[in-house]
Design a protein around this ligand. Structure first.
Ligand code: AMP
Length: 196
């Protein structure tokens, strides 16, 4: 049985950093995929699909449902270990319901928890602006204007997503404004307790 953890959080919440640190500490049994990273990898391969994806990412828009669903389902199916942490999904109610439908039919994959890394819009904005200032390779979607669009896209379906997973007793919220060490330690404890 594969155990799936989903991590959601605003741009700048630190979700990818948190998850990659935790997975690297448990690489014998845990793997982490970031939807943004997987999509950017496809863009860098310069395939037709990559060019299509790049058009959405550079605008801060969500890629179409079939693209993201294929991306995460093949990551889950091909995962080399049984604990899979995916950050950046779901980002819409459409994505949430689509995955739910798939998982209802899937006996080999259990959605163990949905983790939300919560930060205020101010903190998220400061972090993204910091990332722009520090980075040598600027991400195509790291600009203040696009940040605001991404924030709106993140926030719009959030209440329905929280509600859906709360009713399923799967939602766990972490305060992403605490220091990286603290967020990582708490999240690591939480995940490990549900894996062993
Ligand atoms: P991230 O690195 O998580 O900030 O994601 C960067 C970009 O990748 C997003 O702004 C979207 O364009 C795209 N993306 C990432 N995750 C998803 C998703 N679940 N659904 C659709 N597009 C996504």
């Amino acid at each position: 049985m594969k155990k799936l953890f989903l991590i959601i959080g605003a741009p700048g919440s630190g979700k990818t950093t948190d998850a990659s640190i935790i997975a690297s500490r448990h690489s014998d049994c845990m793997v982490h995929y970031s939807t943004g990273d997987m999509l950017r990898e496809e863009v860098s391969r310069e395939t037709d699909l990559g060019r299509k994806i790049g058009g959405f990412i550079s605008k801060g828009a969500l890629v179409p449902l079939d693209v993201i669903l294929n991306t995460i389902i093949s990551a889950i199916k091909n995962a080399p270990v049984n604990t899979i942490v995916i950050d950046g999904y779901p980002r819409s109610t459409e994505q949430m319901y689509a995955l739910n439908e798939i998982l209802e039919k899937e006996e080999e994959i259990e959605l163990t928890s949905v983790i939300e890394v919560q930060v205020s819009e101010e903190v998220a904005k400061e972090r993204i602006l910091g990332r722009i200032a520090e980075s040598e390779v600027v991400r195509a979607d790291d600009s203040l204007e696009i940040f605001q669009d991404r924030m709106k896209i993140y926030t719009a379906p959030l209440a329905e997503i929280q509600d859906f997973y709360t009713k399923k007793k799967l939602l766990k919220v972490f305060n992403g404004e605490k220091s990286l060490d603290i967020v990582v330690s708490l999240m690591e404890l939480y995940i490990r307790a549900r894996v062993n």
